[in-house]
Design a protein around this ligand. Structure first.
Ligand code: FES
Ligand code: FES
Length: 195
């Protein structure tokens, strides 16, 4: 026996041209198409960059490959080593953990913004003078972390520096030179502020 609706009418067939209402309802509930590329605008070291990126591009890859600034290093790619640390709106962040599209509209500073070989930033001078680096792979991350740290807290004890830098890993120096460099950099920056 044919099944009947409660109204006693035969069930209406829902397909094709006979059901505009069904189609528009389907359209309303449909999953929107995935966006795989997006235009973003970032300021990197004072220069504006407009680019269309794959939404899966990490910020560090964008900085290195599309902006062409390779001073920011990629180590673990898991947010563990700190080698990829940059400043995003003045806050230190791990650029391997962010997508470039998440930084749309942000102000970014990389290690290239600090100084030049002829005119090093005081933090760079202190790292050089205290042998705060050996192979240098971790150094951009340490420098950017230190710059942000000393901007917020110009005076720190050795223990506070060790704690603040505990998220940056170095496999060469043994850390003592790095800590001494940060203590000295703090002194240099305070002297500059008061001169
Ligand atoms: Fe980003 Fe290691 S590469 S934290
Ligand atoms: Fe080589 Fe830090 S200087 S990893």
């Amino acid at each position: 026996m044919k099944k009947r609706t409660t109204s006693g009418k035969r069930p209406r067939r829902i397909d094709g041209a006979t059901s505009h209402r069904a189609i528009s309802a389907r359209g309303r509930n449909a999953t929107p198409p995935l966006v795989d590329r997006k235009e973003i605008t970032l300021r990197v070291n004072g220069n504006t960059h407009v680019a269309t990126v794959d939404v899966r591009t990490t910020l560090v890859d964008f900085i290195r490959e599309q902006v062409g600034l390779t001073g920011t290093h990629v180590g673990c790619e898991h947010g563990v080593c700190g080698a990829c640390t940059i400043l995003l709106d003045r806050e230190p962040v791990r650029s391997c953990l962010l997508f470039a599209v998440q930084a749309d509209g942000a102000e970014i500073s990389t290690v290239e913004s600090l100084g030049t070989p002829e005119h090093l930033h005081p933090v760079q001078e202190a790292f050089r003078d205290h042998h705060g680096l050996q192979c240098g792979f971790c150094t951009p991350g340490f420098l950017m972390t230190t710059v942000a740290l000393l901007h917020d807290r110009p005076t720190l004890s050795e223990a506070e520096i060790r704690s603040a830098l505990s998220g940056n890993l170095c496999r060469c120096t043994g850390y003592q030179g790095i800590v001494e460099a940060v203590l000295d950099a703090a002194q240099r920056l305070r002297a500059l502020t008061h001169s």
